[in-house]
Design a protein around this ligand. Structure first.
Ligand SMILES: Cc1cc2nc3c(=O)[nH]c(=O)nc-3n(C[C@H](O)[C@H](O)[C@H](O)COP(=O)(O)OP(=O)(O)OC[C@H]3O[C@@H](n4cnc5c(N)ncnc54)[C@H](O)[C@@H]3O)c2cc1C
Length: 473
């Protein structure tokens, strides 16, 4: 059994792991990345992503104080203040650092959150389209940079952490389908960057109470909670694990690969309304698509919901998303039911007709009177302003919840050090990216930004490790 010696072993070769590895190598540390996926374009959420580096839909280079407010508001004040400050104060530098590594950005007009989009950007089409796009190109660039700096990427799954007197001293890896032998990688620090647990049906059921089979995996499915399992064995602390980042998708996503991960259908359901088969609203659509997707996923039947809208919404917000439902959903063969009256819409969809008419009338009356807060369930009028459903034709789009990645996870401090259940950092153990929690989630919405979180905490963890190795921390 060979026993390589490294300063840092990183588990996972997504944007978080590769940022950590390169920043550590840049500071003279001996680094290796363990990545389960095979080949140069192994799948991961970073590769599937839309490539927009933003903080809660704001420019990640905004002043730190502004970003602190943005993060607080997006997460209903639930983001851990230390993590929020670390992100807000380092994100601008992270954007520049990634560019210095060779990433290229484009800016999409005056849209504040799309000032740093990894280039070349994906085209405005439905479905999955990642090969040769900005995130894919950037990841391959980061692997090349790491190798130039003397770092290594092993295509091996990490299995368990090695521990000595409460300190993490390495990782056991290997034993994969390709027949690689189990190996021990001794290191001064291990960084878990395995991407979350959204690909693990048992963990999704246990921590979220969600029927995995009735929620569409809106990502690569490669995050299966290995980091969480390994960290738990060393006594790690976890944040709230209940919520996920995701969107409303076409229910056809289960059978038609052209309608996911885009277009997301949030603009339809949050400017109009979302009802169940019984014709009733069941969620405050004004809290946004991530919140609505989390609510749909927890229904007794998550495959029973519809976005209901009129022609003004279809031709307005339906066309303004980055990859808009109108016309991308129809182009991809997604189901859109159109009718000249609500009763015809009910007949075509099987939604209870009387209840649908009652629900839409009550909603329209509340919108006209400016008191949607009095609806049951309430309908916030900000930040997403409700639009009446009054101009035929009317549309019904069958929905499902799409889960992109888990918000909750391993709890760290602002330098990525994994905290123990006793409230102290675990020696030698770090975690970064989507495997970590505490920053995002809030009350079910609370999206702060997966890519910027990965790069920022990757830099911070690598810099902390370098200080420790060099005896300055
Ligand atoms: C369709 C889609 C669009 C998105 N768009 C955006 C966007 O525009 N902007 C944004 O900010 N975020 C976006 N996100 C979210 C963002 O992509 C993720 O939050 C981020 O990429 C997570 O990075 P990561 O490095 O933590 O995880 P990942 O990129 O998932 O990488 C984790 C890696 O760990 C590996 N791994 C897992 N277990 C093991 C193990 N035991 N041993 C070794 N390796 C292991 C996996 O194979 C994987 O390669 C999007 C996500 C999706 C799916």
């Amino acid at each position: 059994m060979s026993t390589p010696q490294f300063d840092v072993i990183v588990v996972g070769g997504g944007i978080a792991g590769l940022s950590t590895a390169n920043r550590a190598a840049q500071q003279g540390l001996k680094v290796a990345v363990l990545e389960r996926g095979a080949g140069p374009q192994y799948l991961c959420n970073s590769r599937y992503s839309g490539g927009v580096l933003h903080i809660a839909m704001h420019n990640a280079k905004d002043p730190a104080d502004k970003l602190m407010t943005v993060i607080r508001d997006a997460t209903s004040g639930k983001a851990d203040p230390q993590l929020a400050r670390a992100l807000a104060t380092t994100a601008g530098r992270a954007i520049d650092w990634l560019q210095s590594e060779g990433a290229k950005y484009i800016r999409v007009g005056n849209i504040v959150w799309q000032q740093h989009v990894l280039a070349p950007p994906r085209p405005i089409v439905a479905g999955l389209d990642w090969k040769g796009r900005g995130p894919d190109v950037t990841l391959r660039q980061l692997v090349a940079n790491l190798e130039k700096r003397g770092g290594k990427l092993f295509h091996l799954p990490a299995l368990s952490l090695m521990e000595k007197e409460g300190q993490c001293i390495g990782v056991e890896a290997g034993g994969n389908e390709a027949g690689a032998a189990r190996q021990q990688f001794l290191a001064r620090a291990v960084v878990l960057a395995d991407g979350g647990y959204q690909g693990n049906p048992a963990l999704v059921r246990e921590h979220m109470g969600i029927d995995f089979d009735k929620v569409k995996t809106r990502g690569a499915g490669t995050g299966v909670g290995d980091g969480m399992r390994m960290a738990r064995a060393m006594g790690a602390q976890f944040s709230e694990l209940k919520y996920f980042y995701g969107h409303m998708l076409s229910r056809d996503s289960f059978t038609n690969d052209k309608v996911w991960p885009y277009p997301q259908l949030d603009e339809l359901g949050t400017v109009g309304i979302v009802v169940n088969d019984a014709g009733e609203r069941f969620v405050d659509e004004g809290q946004g698509g991530v919140f609505v997707a989390n609510t749909i996923a927890r229904l007794a039947n998550p495959l029973s919901t519809w976005a209901i809208l009129d022609n003004a919404i279809w031709e307005g917000p339906g066309r303004t998303a980055r990859i808009p439902a109108n016309p991308q959903l129809a182009n991809a063969g997604g189901t859109i039911i159109k009718a000249t009256s609500l009763s015809e819409l009910a007949a075509k969809t099987g939604i209870a007709a009387e209840a649908l008419a009652r629900t839409v009338t009550a909603y329209n009356d509340a919108v006209a009177a400016g008191n949607t807060a009095s609806l049951a369930p309430t309908r916030s009028a900000q930040p997403i302003v409700p639009s009446p459903i009054a101009k035929p034709p009317y549309f019904a789009v069958p929905l499902c919840a799409g889960m992109t990645y888990t918000f909750g996870g391993i709890f760290t401090d602002g330098d990525g050090r994994v905290m123990s259940t006793r409230g102290a950092p675990i020696d030698g153990l770090y975690a970064v990216g989507a495997t970590t929690g505490g920053l995002e989630g809030g009350s079910g919405g609370g999206y702060v930004g997966g890519l910027i979180k990965g790069v920022t905490f990757g830099l911070r963890a690598a810099e902390h490790i370098a200080q420790c190795v060099n005896g300055h921390a």
